[in-house]
Every structure is written in C-alpha cells, then in structure tokens.
Unconditional design. Sequence first.
Length: 529
Amino acid sequence: MSSEISAYIRQHATAVAPLHKDYSLKYWDLSLSGDEERERALVAAKERYVKVYNNREEFRQLQEWRRSKPQLLEVEERQLKLIWDSFVPNQIPEETLLDMVARETRIENLFNTFRANFEGRNATDNDLRDVLKEESVSERRRSAWEASKQVGREVHPQLMELVRIRNREARRLGYQDYHAMMFELQELDRNWVFSLFDRLEALSEPAFVSMKAELDADLKRDRGMEDAPSYPWLYSDPFFQEYPDSGGESLNEIFRDQDIEELTRKHFRGIGLNIDDIMSRADLYEREGKSQHAFCLDVDREGDVRVLCNVRKDERWMSTMLHEFGHAVYDKFNNRSLPFLLRTPAHILTTEAIAMLNGRMTKDPEWLEKVRGLTTREAQSVSAAAGKAQRSEMLIFLRWGLTLTRFERELYREPDQDLNRLWRTLVERIQKVTYPPDRDLPDWAAKSHLATAPAYYQNYILGELMASQLLNYIERETLKAPGYVERSETGAYLRKAIFEPGALFPWNDMLHRATGESLNPEHFVRQFV
C-alpha cells in the first residue's frame, strides 16, 4: 500500500504544479489591471485547480487510506495530510464550487478596482489616508473616513451571499460552520486560539487604555478636536489598526526623500538574504485599475516570487515593503530538494511571523542608524519616539486583530444577527473607539479579508507572537547580543531553521525545533505589553 500511496502523491504533485503556476500568473495579471477578460481568465484557472480537489473517487481513496493508517515515511505522511486538507472543503457539488470561485473572484476584483467618491472625484486608499493624516478640519476628516467605507456597501450583499453558501456547504460536510472548518484544516485548535486571545485582551487592557488616552489627547490637540469623542476619523488608518501617522510624524520625515526600494534591498542584504531578483519582478507603484493593497506571490515554488505594493515615501510603506519582502525571502529560500507539496511555509502564521518581524524594523533605533543611515546622534534623538511608537503600534494592532477575529467568528456563527451593531460593540469595547451613534452601515465589509481571505486574520496575531519568539531566540542564541540587522547570521538562522524545513512539519513542531519551545506568547507580552 505504501508504494501505491507514494505513486499517488507523485502523480498528484505533477498534476497540480502547473495548475498552481497558471492560477498564480492569472492572479498576478488581474491584480495589475482588473478588466473583465482577466477576471474571466482567473476564474477559469481557479476552476481547473479546484476541480482536482473536487474528485469524489480520489477522496474516497484518501478516506480509505486514512482508515487503514498505513506505515509511511514522514515526508509522505505529511504530504498526504496536506492533500487531505485541500480535498475536504472542496467535496461539494461541482456547480456550487464553481459558483463560489466566480463569486470570490468578482468580489476580490471589486476591491482591486474600486475607487471611492470623495469630494466629487475618484480617490485611492492612499489619497484618503493622506487626508486622515494631514487634515485638521474634523468634517473633512469624517468625509474621508466615510469614503473609505463606501466599498463595504458595494461588497456587503455579495459577501453575505457568500458567507451563507460557505456555511451551508461546511455544515453538509459535518462542521459547525465554515469558520470552524477552516480552523481545523489550518491545524489550529479554535478553542485554544480564542482562549489565548481572551488572555491577551485582558493582559493588554491596562497598557492599551493608558497608551490610547495619551495618544488621543495628542491627536485631538493637534487636530483641534479637544471637545469631541474619539471618533474613528481621529486616526489616520480607517480601521485604527496602525499607529497614527500624525503621532509619528518624525518617522515619516525620515523617509520623505528616501529610495524605499534601495532601503529594502539594503535591509535584506544586511541579514544575508539578497532580493535583487525578486525586486526586478516586483510592481511597486500606484496606477489606475491596479490592486490598492500589498501582497507577495510565489508563482511556481521554483523561484518566481513577486511582490505588489503601492509605495509612497513614508514610514507606513517602508514597513509594508519590509513586510512583503519578508514573505518573499521565505518563499525564495525554500528547500528545492523537498517535494513540490512541501515547498511552502509551514503555515500561514509562520510566513506572517517573518513578514512582521522584518516590518517592525522601521521603528527600531539600530535599523534607523545602520540601514536608514541616520547618524548616531540622529538615531538617538528619535529612538525614544520610535520605541514608543513601536510599542503603541503593537498594542493597537493587537486590539484591532482581536476585534476582527471575534467579529468574523460571530459572522459565521450567526449571519442573520445585527452585524452592524455587533461591529460597533466590538470596536467600542476592544479598540475604545467611539462609533458615530447616527451610523448604521456595514463598515466592517470594507475589510477585504472577510471576503477574500476568510478565517485568516488570527494568523496575523499568532504571527506577531511568533515574531517576538524568534527575535528573542536570535538575540539570545544566534547573535548572543541584542540586535537583528546587518548580521548575516540572522539570515543564515532563518534559512536553516524556518525556511528550509518548508511544510515538512506541523507549524508548532517546526517552531519547537527552531526555538526549543512551542508558541509562547510570553515573549510578545514581555516585549510590548
């Protein structure tokens, strides 16, 4: 039986590798220009891919092998598990599966191409952020914030149809709901994750409340809003998921005249991870019809790794570049001797951890001196502000992540509840943001992840925890001193311990091998909370 399974795994990988590449290329093309022809091409490519995992006869064979529990080599057992996890959610009627593919692609392309109507003109996400960063007139700030939510009203009906379809099919497969199914197939214990999140909320409450009171007072004074509640448009990010740009203006000034591409190259070169080839394939600047977001795409698991951004010369986009190229080096330096199916990160959260670890560097005093090139005196003058900004950013992002993950769990548990009210309640309780009392709109639907990357956001929080754990290990065991940047040992450790194992081990096993312990939130708590 083991030889039969080995042959099946090889045959399966041979079949899906070209389909994966074709889908990736079509996805890249649509992200660059969201016309109908490219949308149809992507739908067709994804249909070809998911049909492989819709095969009922192959699924019955997989079920039989799981029941018989054959003795397999570790590398084969792991591949078989990953194949199973891909088959399960696709065991639904083919017409339903293809309908879901078309719906998901349509919504994603709407997010890519949507431009808000602001003051009688089309405005990009970056345009609206600029208003929220610089404008002092409260009414105009509110208008920009409301404009940032227009896409939510457009997406909402389609998203709710998709949520109900996802739930219906997950329940037919024997799961409580779609959210529960996706957690299990991601090898995440949902009870453990949300118990951990409850603990993180309680631990972060005093620090967050204190930090936010000071931040709000500064922002209100700067923006002439002293007598107003802490409405969402007080902040420069429409969801208050990032440290407000106005509060860290000195950091933005540091990047105002810089070559963001070259600083990204310099950072990764300094830790021994050259990205010149990835940079040559990247698409980094805004234009009409292009996706407004940022992502990294491993096209073929053979070295064709691509990054899309919409760079402007500020700290936010500098951090985003380091984040996305963090994903990229994980993909670039995979172990090509592994089988195709294992030539990926161990988990979504592990690639997020690497991205976040690198994205944090823009607020690191050592990075500002050694990579950005500030003098020691200049770096010292901003170090206190940078350190404070980094701690504040982590607290803000943690509370935002807790808000969205709790909302999404409830969205799938009971889609027919008053979701607008639920959203307002969570935003006010966890983020301490005062929602406008006269507003009853699906602002939550403006967050693209709910439609295009369902049951994903918990991986950002878990990734931040892992990032702190990795940094602690690198400083303690690899470098034997505080630091991360301009040390080739950093990249060598990441390549050997994190990148090259690929998906050979479950994520927590890989992390234990890499750091000597399973995921331990205490590193993040000590660092930021």
